[in-house]
Design a protein around this ligand. Structure first.
Ligand code: NAX
Length: 328
């Protein structure tokens, strides 16, 4: 049987921690399918240190002899990385330095995403889809999407899947069941501690999670902040931010978006859904159509859920205001 044409996957920040946990999984077929050849187009900042590290990662990829990995392009030039790319995974960004204000981080990273959004719109494949991980990922995604004139803004998604996976795992642990028993737990809003892990519609073994857990005070008072601050807890324990679990979530994010019928939370342009302001990128449940997605709008939110959505929406609106001069 003739093999499928390769999918070109551009990854930024490819020599970083998440990159190191991600590239091997893409090349092994876990993201796009075990019969799907891939070409990796890897972008790092164009200075010797990161470029040298990238060459080292590429040597290891070669040494895995992955049958699906048809080619690799290593570059410091965005247009070269994104040329004809079918998927653009925007992982690289500047970390928050000591004493740095969040507004400065937003603006510094915003510049990266203006340039990358423009480049993607200019040179990526007509069917290109984009997933943003670099933080603050919702707002970076909005900035990159605002540069797109050729590609529709709905192609630009940001990752809240790590929060979703954390939320599912914690519900399963509390209920004492396998994680596969948890369904319909979706993340709404920003990838930040304000995000709302909607336990009100989640199900455990097919029954409402709130009924199975039977402890409203825990769900409202402990569950939500534990999920929201899990990233900080990992940094505290490991001395480094989540990398393998973030790479795993990105594998899930993309696989969910290419698998018809798959249902999971993705940050997408809100278009006013679920009470989010027009123009922000907010996590909400989407169902894949294979080449695109439909937002599931059928969940009715109670007063508690609406109050949580308002908090995370207010944060997204404040972030948008901080970078408004960068939006094309
Ligand atoms: P690292 O600092 O290990 O790696 C980032 C890499 O990006 C570095 O190698 C750097 O040289 C490169 N880079 C910086 N600017 C670049 C540019 N303009 N073009 C290309 N490459 C560039 O960070 P890592 O742990 O890999 O995390 C990457 C990003 O993911 C961070 O912004 C981080 O905050 C974010 N995260 C997002 C998560 C999410 O759920 N959305 C969770 C995990 C993670 O915290």
């Amino acid at each position: 049987m003739a093999s499928k044409p390769p999918i070109r996957v551009a990854v930024t920040g490819a020599a970083g921690n998440i990159g190191y946990a991600l590239l091997f999984r893409i090349a092994s077929g876990q993201m796009l399918g075990e019969d799907q050849p891939v070409i990796l187009q890897l972008l790092e900042i164009p200075v010797e240190g990161p470029q040298k590290a990238l060459r080292g990662v590429a040597m290891e990829l070669e040494d895995c002899a992955f049958p699906l990995l048809q080619d690799m392009i290593l570059t410091g030039d965005a247009d070269t990385a994104f040329r004809d790319a079918n998927w653009c995974l925007l992982v690289g960004s500047k970390p928050r330095g000591p004493g740095m204000e969040r507004a400065d981080l937003l603006k510094d990273n915003g510049k990266i995403f203006v340039a990358q959004g423009r480049s993607i719109d200019k040179v990526a494949a007509d069917d290109a889809r984009i997933a943003v991980v670099g933080n603050p990922c919702n707002t970076n995604c909005m900035i990159a999407a605002s540069q797109a004139k050729r590609l529709g803004q709905d192609r630009f998604t940001a990752m809240v899947r790590l929060d979703e996976n954390r939320g599912r795992a914690l519900l399963a642990r509390k209920a004492g069941v396998a994680v596969g028993e948890v369904s319909e737990l979706f993340i709404y809003g920003n990838h930040s501690p304000t995000m709302f892990a909607d336990f009100t519609h989640a199900r455990i073994g097919g029954r409402p999670a709130s009924e199975v857990i039977g402890d409203k005070a825990w769900l409202e008072g402990e569950y939500l902040p534990t999920v929201g601050k899990r990233g900080a807890a990992v940094i505290e324990a490991r001395g480094q931010s989540s990398a393998a679990s973030a790479a795993n979530a990105l594998v899930d994010h993309v696989r969910g978006l290419v698998t018809p019928g798959a249902l999971h939370a993705v940050a997408v342009p809100s278009h006013g859904r679920y009470g989010f302001s027009e123009g922000v990128w907010a996590g909400m449940p989407v169902r894949s159509t294979g080449t695109g997605y439909e937002v599931v709008t059928s969940y009715d939110m109670d007063a508690f859920a609406k109050s949580k959505i308002k908090i995370t929406n207010d944060e997204l609106v404040a972030e948008r205001d901080t970078v408004k001069e960068m939006l094309a």
